[in-house]
Design a protein around this ligand. Structure first.
Ligand SMILES: [Zn+2]
Length: 623
C-alpha cells in the first residue's frame, strides 16, 4: 500500500525535476478527453486523450486492469484497438505495448495526443471465459444505448492520475446522459456535445454515464435527490414502474442510517438486458460514491424486478458507509494496474450486505421470520465455500487462487460475521451499541478522504468495543475456525431447529422429488442427495430408486403424470403400492400415503427465556 504511494510520488518528482514549468501547466489544464458516440464504426467508438505537454522522453499510457469494487482482474485494455500516439503535426509516434493495458510512447516531448477505438464488453460476454462483470462493463449500441463505465474508455498517463479530466462527448440528439459527473454546460464545444469535468482520474471511474432515450424519474429523500434512469431494450419497463418502491426503500434506508453524512445526489443507472440476444448477463450492481450501475434481465416480472432492485440497490447505497467513507489506504490510493488488496472485505462487502438485510427488518419492510430465513439461507450458502478459510487471508489475496473462487462468500459468511459482531455488541452494551453504531463512529473518525491503515483497524475496533470482539476477530475473521451460529443466536433467544412443514407427495412446491434419466430409456427415479419427504421415508424408499410399477400401472414418464395428478386428491388413508428397482433388484412396498411433511431448518425463538434476552432481540431487530 505504501509502495503504490511511493510510485506515484516518485513519478511526480521525476517530472518536477525535469521541468517544473510544464508540470505546473499540465496540472492546471485538464487532460482533455473526447468520445464520439455518433460515428460508431463496427460497434466501436473513437476516443482521443489529449494531455497537454510532456517533459519526459518516455510516456506511459494505461487503461485500468482492475477497478475498485470488482475484486477481479479484467484488463480493460483488451477492448482497445488501433492505438495511435500522434505528435503536434498529426504524425504517428513510435510506441511499444508493455502489457495488455499499457503503452509506452517514445519521444514523449513530441506527444500531442493518443487516439484509439474502444469495443464494448456486453455483446462479447458469452464468448470470453472471465467476462467483465456487467455492472463494470461497457455497452455500445448505436443510437440506442451507451453504458460508459469510463474506465473502459478513458485511460491515464503515468504520474497524471491526480489532474483534472475534461470529458467531451459527441452524442446522438435524442439520447440523454445520466451521470453524477459535474456538467460543464459553458464548455460544450458544440450544442450536440456534452461536457463534463472530473477533478482527478478516480472521479472519472467513480462516475459512470449512461446514454439512453429519456426514461428517468427523480425523487427527494431527506435532502438527497435520487435519479433512476432505466434502459429497457424492448420498452417493457418505465422508470415510473419502479419509482414508488425505490422511494419507499430508500426512505427506510435513510431512516435506518440516521445522521450519517451522505451525498446530496444519487443516481441509479439501470440497464435491463435482453436475454435472447448476446447481451449483458452479469446481473447485480457496482457501487460508486454517488451512483450505482445495475444490470438485471428485462424478462423478470415486475414483482421479481422490484425485489431484486430493493436487494441490489439497498446494498449499493449502503456502500456509502463502507468502503466509500470507511476504507484503508489500499482503496484511497487505488492502483488501477497493480492493485494491492485490503484484508477487510468482511467489512466492505460483509457489513454492507448485512445492513442491506437488517434495515429491511428494522424498518418493517420484511418480517422477523423473513429476516431469519435470509440469515439461514446465508448459513446454508456459506457452506458451499471454504468455511475454514481465514477471511482476512482471502481478502488480501482475492485476485489469486485458491481465494478467488471463494469471493462470493463475502455476501454470505461476510454478512454473518457482521450479524455475530452485532449481537456481541448488543449483548455487551445492554442493547445500546451495534454494528451501525460502530460504523458511524468509524466514519466520523475517518470519512471519505481519510483512509485507515489496513493492519490497525482490528485493534482500533477492539479499543472502541470489548475483548469479546477481539476474540471473535482472532478466531473467526483472522483465524479459520468456522462459526457456530447457534452460540450467537442463543444470546438473543433464538436457535436453529429442525421443524416439519407440509409438502406434496411427488413435488415440494415447484420442485419434484424425482428426476428423469434421458440417457437410459427416460426412466424416472427418486432424486439422490436430497432430504426426502415423509411419504418416501415412511415407505422406506430411497434416493436413486427407479419407479417400475405404481398401483399396478407400469411406470414411464408418460404414465407417471396422471398418477401425480391423482395424488392431489389422496387422503392420508389412501393406500399405495409401488415396485422400484434398487441396485438391479426389484423392491415392492405398500402402505398408507399419510400427510406428507418435510424437515426444514428454521431459526425460531426459544421458549422460557429471560426478559433481558427478549429485550436484546428487540434492540437488535427493531432499534
Ligand atoms: Zn458490494
Amino acid at each position: 500500500m505504501k509502495k503504490s504511494l511511493l510510485i506515484i510520488s516518485s513519478a511526480l518528482l521525476l517530472y518536477a525535476c525535469g521541468a517544473g514549468k510544464q508540470l505546473a501547466a499540465i496540472e492546471k489544464s485538464p487532460v482533455l478527453t473526447s468520445i464520439d458516440l455518433v460515428n460508431v464504426v463496427e460497434d466501436r467508438v473513437q476516443v482521443i486523450v489529449d494531455p497537454g505537454a510532456f517533459a519526459s522522453s518516455t510516456v506511459i499510457f494505461r487503461i485500468p486492469k482492475t477497478v475498485p469494487g470488482t475484486y477481479s482482474s479484467d484488463n480493460y485494455g483488451q477492448y482497445l484497438q488501433d492505438f495511435e500516439a500522434l505528435d503536434y503535426k498529426g504524425n504517428p509516434l513510435q510506441f511499444v505495448k508493455l502489457d495488455e493495458n499499457s503503452w509506452s510512447i517514445s519521444n514523449g516531448t513530441q506527444l500531442d495526443k493518443v487516439r484509439y477505438w474502444v469495443n464494448d464488453t456486453y455483446d462479447t460476454e458469452n464468448e470470453v471465459v472471465d467476462a467483465v462483470f456487467s455492472p463494470a462493463g461497457t455497452n455500445i449500441e448505436k443510437d440506442s444505448n451507451f453504458m460508459l463505465n469510463l474506465h473502459g474508455f478513458v485511460g491515464y498517463f503515468d504520474g497524471f492520475k491526480e489532474v483534472p479530466y475534461a470529458i467531451h462527448i459527441k452524442k446522438p440528439a435524442d439520447l440523454i446522459a445520466t451521470t453524477t459527473l459535474s456538467d460543464q454546460i459553458d464548455r460544450k464545444p458544440d450544442p450536440l456535445w456534452d461536457a463534463f469535468l472530473a477533478n482527478r482520474y478516480f472521479e472519472v471511474i467513480d462516475n459512470p454515464i449512461m446514454y439512453a432515450k429519456p426514461n428517468t424519474e427523480s425523487f427527494e429523500i431527506n435532502g438527497i435527490t435520487v435519479t433512476l434512469s432505466l434502459f429497457s431494450p424492448n420498452n417493457v419497463y418505465k422508470a415510473s414502474d419502479l419509482k414508488n418502491r425505490m422511494l419507499k426503500m430508500m426512505e427506510a434506508q435513510k431512516k435506518f442510517l440516521g445522521d450519517v453524512d451522505s451525498t446530496k445526489e444519487y443516481n441509479i443507472l439501470l440497464y435491463l438486458s435482453d436475454v435472447n440476444k448476446p447481451d449483458a448477463h452479469g446481473f447485480g450492481a457496482l457501487e460508486h460514491h454517488t451512483s450505482t450501475v445495475v444490470v438485471l434481465p428485462e424478462a423478470m416480472d415486475i414483482g421479481r424486478l422490484e425485489q431484486a432492485m430493493v436487494d441490489v440497490v439497498s446494498h449499493e447505497f449502503f456502500h456509502i458507509v463502507t468502503p466509500l467513507s470507511v476504507h484503508s489506504k489500499e482503496i484511497q490510493y487505488f492502483d488501477f494496474n497493480d492493485p494491492k488488496m485490503s484484508q477487510h472485505l468482511w467489512m466492505y462487502e460483509g457489513t454492507t450486505e448485512y445492513f442491506a438485510n437488517l434495515f429491511q427488518v428494522q424498518q418493517g419492510l420484511i418480517s422477523e421470520e423473513d429476516f431469519y430465513e435470509r440469515m439461514l439461507g446465508k448459513i446454508t450458502n456459506s457452506k458451499f465455500y471454504d468455511d475454514s478459510m481465514s477471511f482476512t487471508e482471502m481478502s488480501k489475496n482475492i485476485l489469486e487462487q485458491p481465494y478467488e473462487p471463494n469471493y462470493a462468500n463475502v455476501y454470505e459468511k461476510g454478512a454473518l460475521i457482521n450479524m455475530c459482531l452485532d449481537i456481541i455488541l448488543r449483548e455487551k452494551s445492554n442493547g445500546e451499541k451495534s454494528m451501525l453504531w460502530l460504523m458511524k463512529e468509524l466514519s466520523k473518525k475517518y470519512g471519505s478522504d481519510v483512509p485507515f491503515e489496513d493492519e490497525v483497524l482490528f485493534g482500533e475496533i477492539v479499543q472502541m468495543t470489548y475483548p469479546e470482539v477481539d476474540t471473535f476477530f482472532k478466531e473467526h475473521v483472522i483465524g479459520d475456525t468456522p462459526i457456530d451460529y447457534d452460540v450467537y443466536f442463543s444470546k438473543v433467544g433464538l436457535a436453529t431447529k429442525d421443524v416439519e412443514e407440509s409438502t406434496g407427495y411427488f413435488f415440494d412446491g415447484q420442485v419434484p422429488y424425482m428426476d428423469v434419466d434421458v440417457q437410459n430409456d427416460s426412466v424416472v427415479f427418486i432424486r439422490e442427495n436430497i432430504e426426502l419427504n415423509s411419504f418416501f421415508d415412511d415407505l422406506k424408499l430411497q434416493g436413486g430408486d427407479i419407479f417400475k410399477v405404481i398401483n399396478g400401472q407400469e411406470i414411464n414418464l408418460e404414465s407417471l403424470r396422471p398418477i401425480i395428478g391423482e395424488s392431489f386428491s389422496w387422503t392420508p388413508e389412501t393406500v399405495v403400492s409401488m415396485t422400484v428397482e434398487r441396485d438391479g433388484e426389484l423392491v415392492s412396498v405398500e402402505g398408507k400415503v399419510g400427510q406428507p411433511v418435510k424437515k426444514v431448518k428454521k431459526i425460531v425463538p426459544l421458549e422460557n427465556v429471560d426478559q433481558i434476552i427478549i429485550d436484546l432481540r428487540k434492540a437488535w431487530l427493531k432499534d
